[in-house]
Design a protein around this ligand. Sequence first.
Ligand SMILES: [Mg+2]
Ligand SMILES: [Zn+2]
Length: 181
Amino acid sequence: MDDSSPRLRAILFDRDDTLIEDVPYNGDPDRVRPMPHAREALQRARRAGLRTGVLSNQSGIARGILTVVQVEAVNAQVERMLGPFDVWRYCPHGPDDGCRCRKPQPGMIRSAAGELGLCPAEVAMIGDIGADVEAAAAAGARGVLVPTSRTRPDEVQAAAVVVPDLVAAVALLLEDAGGLS
Ligand SMILES: [Mg+2]
Ligand SMILES: [Zn+2]
């Protein structure tokens, strides 16, 4: 985040336990509950002219617990509650499938940035676990960890940038982007 880094153009968010409460393998739109600060954080990012996206590991599909239709219904509910996002990606694979999209792999960040016409250095990824910020680092994007009480202490310790909530995460990124907040 020095002077040589390109200007921030987009913020990509993890979904579960970052934008909405994590209900494991949830396929029911009625169980979607926004996390505290999610609306305000998104509002600040959008007002600053940044584009927004959601990147989510959904291994419940590979495990046969969830269908694509259910995941997309939950994602649609997230948009109804939190407003429109410019890009969505979810990984349907399991941890042993060796895909390039499941975080901490960088595939979804690269692909989402590409859809927005950006390079990964112009995007940031905010998430609640190590895999989110590891994916950011692997892609060459900025990563910010917003831990919950369920985040493992070693993941908090390993993260380069840790802030207490989503609004603080967006504020920090906007500051780095040149005081757009
Ligand atoms: Mg999460
Ligand atoms: Zn995948």
